[in-house]
Design a protein around this ligand. Sequence first.
Ligand SMILES: Cc1cc2nc3c(=O)[nH]c(=O)nc-3n(C[C@H](O)[C@H](O)[C@H](O)COP(=O)(O)OP(=O)(O)OC[C@H]3O[C@@H](n4cnc5c(N)ncnc54)[C@H](O)[C@@H]3O)c2cc1C
Length: 373
Amino acid sequence: MKQTLNIGMAGAGLSCAVIARLLAEAGHRVQLFDRRSHVAGNCHTERDGETGVMVHTYGPHIFHTDDDEVWDFVNRYQRFMPYVNRVKATTGGRVYSLPINLHTINQFFGRTFNPAEARAFIEAQADTSITAPQSFEEQALRFIGRPLYEAFFRGYTRKQWEVDPARLPAAILKRLPVRFNYDDNYFAHKHQGMPEHGYTAMVERILDHPGIAVTLNAELSPSAVGDYDHVFWSGPMDGFFGYDQGRLRYRTLDFQKFSGQGDLQGCAVMNYTDEAVPYTRITEHKHFSPWEQHAGSVCYREFSRACGPDDIPYYPVHLTEGDDLVRAYQARAQAQPNVTFVGRLGTYRYMDMDVTIREALNAARAFLARRQA
Ligand SMILES: Cc1cc2nc3c(=O)[nH]c(=O)nc-3n(C[C@H](O)[C@H](O)[C@H](O)COP(=O)(O)OP(=O)(O)OC[C@H]3O[C@@H](n4cnc5c(N)ncnc54)[C@H](O)[C@@H]3O)c2cc1C
């Protein structure tokens, strides 16, 4: 006879919500805890009390993926509205288009290049003495040259990470390609959109199953692991071990809100790449729901700083020299017999939502397959 398992979960963000759904559909009982007052973790959205605008409380989230199964999965729980992310950047007192594309190059250098001319021009700027870029800075100098690197990346990166770009891994820049055409769609993925009623409504529907119970404003303590047949942990990996070897390094964000009437900046995301400007970007949230109409508008200036013990951990800090502490916690996490560490905090990695969902689907299926075996 098939045994019903009691599963505990730390966190009601996307990772645990997706795993909970698959396990509940397989007949198991799942109890999720989240220390926050809402589900959806960092993807949480809510209506701003003053303007009615749908606000992304922990920073803007745009859904984009090449993974058809993940796209079908999210569309089962919420209608996704067409949305294309177009980001602008202010640098040196002028506004440019991102990611760096033919318009940016022509504007920045005051030229009228066609694609082939622009490619040849940028190649001539590139530092070809760097054959195997190791760091973010080397990667940028190798592929876009110093003027574009200093205008668009150096200051922004120093504000975002507070370390010299020479100490950041090259992989960070691979996410921002240069384009030699006028395509300013920030993401090159097959699917892109925004959930019509926000991410929290979507996660609530994922969790809406008789086999799933959610307790908010409550922690799952590592000492309670023994109360369950298995635990999925999407909280901080070092937190599970009481930070006994020290804290993993994160960046946190501070959001400074301002509001007004009409359209305040004319776009959803404006990056400020000069180091002298203390914030990294301003986001105007009504533009993330272009199918809605609101007279008022709400914006957030975003500031990045080192994460203290009482702050919300946002971005893990990975440096070129690696980190023994991360490896030590990872080894201990893998050795836990009845706990699976999942998600951005549980695995100490930056993961977009589609990657989070893909890994959650895989983790749930692997768990079910192991039980069956
Ligand atoms: C600023 C920012 C912007 C982003 N923008 C995008 C974007 O545009 N597009 C995109 O695809 N992705 C984006 N992401 C990534 C996205 O936020 C993640 O993919 C997603 O949130 C990961 O979900 P998760 O469930 O793993 O973690 P989380 O969302 O962090 O959820 C974990 C939850 O666990 C709770 N918790 C932790 N420990 C415990 C405990 N012991 N007991 C109870 N509860 C606990 C926490 O309160 C939290 O609610 C962004 C991330 C950040 C930081």
